[in-house]
Write a protein that binds this ligand. Sequence first.
Ligand code: BYC
Length: 318
Amino acid sequence: MALQDADALFQHKIDNEIKIEPKDFMPEAYRKTNIRQISQHAHSEIVGMLPEANWISRAPSLKRKAILLAKVQDEAGHGLYLYSAAETLGTSRDEMINDLHIGKAKYSSIFNYPSLTWADMGVIGWLVDGAAILNQVALCRTSYGPYARALVRICKEESFHQRQGFDSLLVLSKGTPAQKEMCQDAINRWWWPSLMMFGPKDSESTNNDQSIKWKIKRKTNDELRQSFVDMAAEQVKVLGMVLPDEKLKWNSQKNQYDFGEINWVEFWNVVKGNGPCNKQRLAARVKAHEDGAWVREAAIAFAEKRKMKREILKEPAI
Ligand code: BYC
C-alpha cells in the first residue's frame, strides 16, 4: 500500500473511533507523540510518589497511614501500566528511565512543589488527583489502544485517591482553628500549581492541534482546566474554605466560573527544571534506581537460571 493510502486509512480509523493497536500502521510522528506523552505520564506517576511518601511515616493515625501507603503503591502501579503501554510502541523501559534521569523527558510540574504539612496530603488527593482524573477520564477514549486500556484502571484508582483526599480535608475543616488554618494554607499553596497541571493555554500549546486531530488528546488544555475550576469552586464550599483567587466568579452567561490569570513565568520556570524541588526529585529518583540495581541483576540471573533449567529438562517455556 502506498504511504499516502496508509496515512488516509490511519486517519479514517481515527475518525471512526477505531483504536490503533501496536502492530497497526501509524505515522512516525503519531508514534513519537504517544511515546512522549505516555512516558511523561509514567514519569509523573513515579515522581509523584515522592511528595506523599514524605508523609507516610508521619501520618496522624494508623488508618490514615494505611490509606496513604495504599495510594502511593497505586501510583507505582500506574507507572508500570504506562511504561508497559509505551513499550508497545518500540521504546524500552531503560531508554525512558534514562531520558528522565538526564532531564530530557518531562514529568508533571506539580510534583516539584514541597509537601509541607499533613493537610498537603488531603489537598494533593483532592486537587492534584482531581485534576488528574479530569484529564485521564478524557484520555480513556484516547486513540492508542494500550494507553486507553491502561487509563480505565488508573481512573478507577484515582477516584479513590481523590475521595480519600477530600475526606481527610473534611475532617481538618471541621477541626480546631489550627487544623482549619492548616487546611486553608495547603489549599492556598496548591491551587495555582494544580491549574498548571493542564499545561499551557491552548494558544501556547505546541502539541494540542495535532494531538486533538489524532484523538490522542480528547479535550484541550483550556477545556479541561475550565472543568476543573468549575468542579473545585463548588467543592471548596463544602469544606467551608476558599480558593485563593479574587477573580473567581460565577459567570451566568457562560455558565462557568471566570478565574484569574495563571503565573506562566512560574510555570515555565518549573517545567524547565528550576522549581522549588526539581533537583531534589530527580536526585531521589536516580538514587532509588541505583539502589535498586541489585534487584534487577538478581531478576535477570534468576530468569537465566530458569531458562537453562528448562533447556536441560526440555520443558516448554511458560
Ligand atoms: N508539567 O503542547 P502542550 C498524577 C509540556 S500524574 C510539565 O500542551 P501536551 C499523580 C509538554 O510536555 C498525572 N510539562 O503538551 C501521580 C510540552 O513539552 P514537550 C500526570 C508540561 O503534551 C502521583 C510543552 O509543555 N498526567 O496524577 O499536548 C500522585 C507544551 O505543552 C506540563 C499526565 O501526564 C506540565 N504540567 O499536553 C498523585 C496526563 N504541561 O513534551 C497524582 C497525560 C505541559 O513537547 N498528559 N507541559 O517537550 C497530557 O494529558 C498532556 O501531555 C498534557 C500536556 C495536558 C500534560
